[in-house]
Write a protein that binds this ligand. Structure first.
Ligand SMILES: [Zn+2]
Length: 240
């Protein structure tokens, strides 16, 4: 797979990807924010700065949507050159960007053993979005947030359109808070994640094969497969 944000980030991610590949079956990916149709939520971004070209400076990667066991699931594209089984089948990949948000909504977890579910509020979660949302957020950052979404609280709604993005399709800026104010959210909650492939759900070729996607013919080793290579698509591509 390819994360695309600066050379340092690529090197760091390559190291992380290698670690992930060595793990037996990997850990769970970090929870991704999503909302139901016709729902309204309040969220605050913990990152999302524009770079000198006025583009949102966030990690980008490709992902496939695949129907499996009657449910749609997403899988990070490991790259056509690396033998991605979904690319090989002609499955279209989508460019995705990742940010971190605080979801201010309140929700109750599943009840277990007769005990009521845990109450969650102000959870730090991943905000993974596609091209249209990246463009909408870039416009918000440019026009309403002084070039930085960090600390910006939005009321988000998701329309009933069957194709509406899972993260919502209307963003209304409510306020923007300082980093000091963000710190009142509590320890570890005021800073964005340091994104790793593991966190966004990356699985290497061997792990995908275990799940029944593709086979290991021509597979030469996990570390090699997980290398994050430079070059390739640029951030500008999403605006074309
Ligand atoms: Zn692919």
């Amino acid at each position: 797979m390819k994360f695309m944000q600066g050379n340092d980030a690529k090197a760091a991610l390559a190291a992380e990807a290698a670690k992930v590949a060595q793990a037996a079956d990997g850990k769970y990916a970090t929870y991704r924010y999503w909302m139901k149709k016709d729902e309204e939520k309040l969220i605050t971004f913990l990152d999302g700065q524009l770079d000198e070209d006025g583009m949102l400076d966030i990690p980008l990667f490709f992902e496939h949507s695949v129907q499996s066991d009657g449910r749609w699931k997403t899988y990070v594209c490991i790259g056509e050159d690396e033998g991605c089984p979904f690319c090989a089948e002609g499955n279209r990949k989508s460019l995705c960007g990742v940010l971190t948000i605080i979801d201010h909504s309140e929700f109750t977890g599943k009840s277990r053993d007769g005990q009521p579910g845990k109450l969650y509020k102000n959870e730090k979660v991943l905000f993974v979005c596609k091209k249209g949302t990246i463009q909408a957020l870039t416009a918000q950052a440019r026009e309403a947030c002084d070039g930085d979404l960090t600390g910006a609280t939005f009321k988000v709604t998701r329309s009933s359109d069957p194709k509406s993005p899972r993260v919502g399709d209307s963003f209304f800026l409510k306020k923007k808070v300082t980093s000091d104010q963000l710190e009142t959210l509590g320890e570890g909650k005021s800073l964005a994640y340091e994104y790793t492939p593991e966190e966004i759900g990356y699985k290497d070729k061997a792990q995908l094969a275990e799940l029944g996607f593709g086979d290991l013919s021509g597979f030469t080793g996990a570390t090699e497969t997980a290398t994050v290579s430079g070059g390739g698509e640029s951030v500008d591509e999403i605006f074309n």
